[in-house]
Design a protein around this ligand. Sequence first.
Ligand code: SAM
Length: 344
Amino acid sequence: MVSAALHAECGEALRLRDGHGRALTDLRLSVTDRCNYRCVYCRTGNEGAQFTELPIATYARILRIFVSLGIEKIRLTGGEPLLREGLLDLIRETAEMRPAFSDAPLDIAMTTNGHLLAPMARKLKAAGLTRITVSMDAVDPETFTRITRVPGSFERVRDGIRAAQDAGLGPVKVNCVLLRGFNDSQIEAFAEFSRNENVIVRFIECMPLEEDRTWSPATVVPMKEILARLNAVRPVVALPANHLSETARRFTFDDGVGEIGIIAPVSEAFCGHCSRVRVTSDGKLRTCLFSQSDHDLAGHMLRGAKDVEMESRIRDIVQHKEARHHIGEPGFLKPSRSMVHIGG
Ligand code: SAM
């Protein structure tokens, strides 16, 4: 009989690792590239785009293969995942998968714009979703509409957040992408929102991943400035990281009420501990948000590749995962696909 220690040792050796020795435990899967918002820093706002979705069974097979390789956290994203028919079935099926090298249950999270969340929250929880992140770029309704280009969106999203908290999906994380001159006036109001609604607000520096050309270094609101502004609301206290590959630096206030995360991929890149890979809605493996090319998994599956062949292909591809991104450096090349196609 194999001892527990030997099993653990073999497991570590078999885990999916990139060419830099980093264990890959975190997969983001885009289940659609359709979206009901046209956020100004993400989409062109033009109608008539072509969309690509795969059958739910194909996404489920991709997830199963990755879980067998050592993925422990799955984040469903898009496009807007709540638009995807069959999403609850996919979550149910995923919740039955067991991580290959850990006794802990699989962590199944989702990132959504929250527009359709209120009536769905309990069903998502019952299907097996463990955590939810809602994107919300302003707490002032007018500013929010200017960003999403959908009237009445703020109230819908706020109600979605409250429904998710009530359904037991809390504490909900609320992601806010900050753009200088557009919503940076909202920093103090978000501090109050975190304290009043008991949610974790996370400010994210805008990255060059838009369909239009809106990004420049000047649009980024750096972490130092966000912290200085929060400190003026109340003294800010740093919280310890939950784990090494955590992307957010965590803070609370001196009375312990509210939690703010700052994700600074541009001004303080955290690539060194990256444990993530992504699969796009058309079934392509992307090893970094800023990769210049993707690797077709769905095509191979369609041509009859068996699971063992897919596993070995994935192991080969991740050997070449980028060490880090080069945003802001001379010669940086923006990826040809935007965030909405890659899956945030
Ligand atoms: N529709 C879902 C949503 O709104 O959360 C999921 C997909 S969306 C592309 C995922 C996340 O990426 C959102 O929080 C969005 O704000 C963020 N995002 C989009 N473009 C970005 C950019 N250029 N820089 C940083 N974050 C971005």
